[in-house]
Design a protein around this ligand. Sequence first.
Ligand code: ADP
Ligand code: MG
Length: 313
Amino acid sequence: MKKFLPLFMLLALVTLFSSCTETKVTRQSFAFDTVLNITADEKYNEEISEAFRMCQGYEKVFSRTNKESELYKINNKVSVLPSKEIKEVLEFSLDMSKKTDGAFDVTVAPLVDLWDVNKRTAPPSSEEIEKAKENVGYENISSAPFSLGKASLDMGAVAKGYIADRLVDYFKEKGADDVIIDLGGNVALVGEHSVGIRNPKKPDEVFAVIHLKDKSAVTSGAYQRYFDYEGERYHHIIDPRTGYPSDGDILSVTVVSPSSMVADALSTSIYILGEDALSLCEEFPHTDAIIIRKDLNTATTKGFAEKYSLAYK
Ligand code: ADP
Ligand code: MG
């Protein structure tokens, strides 16, 4: 019997060793006009495939340009009854509009179309802007009973967050405890990880690193979708109150929250409203933010550096 003991111990050690070195895989896909990356233990390979399939499914719900999508059909009055997903995001968005006094507005679609920053090389005229503004206004729509009037919905500032939350739920249901879901810079974590915040002036470089557990980090900034005209930058985050791309002292805002949807909507909102709006984080549980100003100085919610072990690079 004695003879077998070392072998038994050895086997136990190997088992222990292999459980410590579970192999991680990172797989890539494309949806929502952006690159998606999911990292998880390789035994969740099939779940990663399913998560990507879920993203393709959500594209057919939330895309504003895909003619097969639910949002397209609602906006174009092809269908009139919203699904549970659209309703949920709409209700959250309307609440966000109230909290931000209309800086966040899910009816901003006509202005986003007019400013079409991927194609434009010069700004639209002020007449065009005034005309587009006519059908913008969250006060004119309602979620229950569902009624849009002449407005149309753009969920581009919040849908990726909603979807990231659903993917987190899915992986947790499957028993995964260590997953990184990255929907084009909209990062949601199951478990604990360090997350890099890009340098908005040199987006390929990391500006700072934060440490998060079971949270999401979402950044809004003007360094990816924009055009320059006569020395001015015009980007894709529109201030619905003026009809122009928001113009402030901020290069990027990163919001961390247990809810990716909250982080997504808040990062867009704080980007528009500026530093004073950091206080909006207090309205959501365990939610914080860091702003990078044009001079690369930062502003954060109270205690941010300690809570997330902020380290500048
Ligand atoms: P990204 O899409 O780059 O991740 P955001 O989450 O900040 O960045 O969302 C920007 C998108 O949100 C725009 O492309 C547009 O579709 C939409 N949007 C622009 N301005 C507003 C606004 N004031 N309120 C709500 N949504 C907006
Ligand atoms: Mg957003």
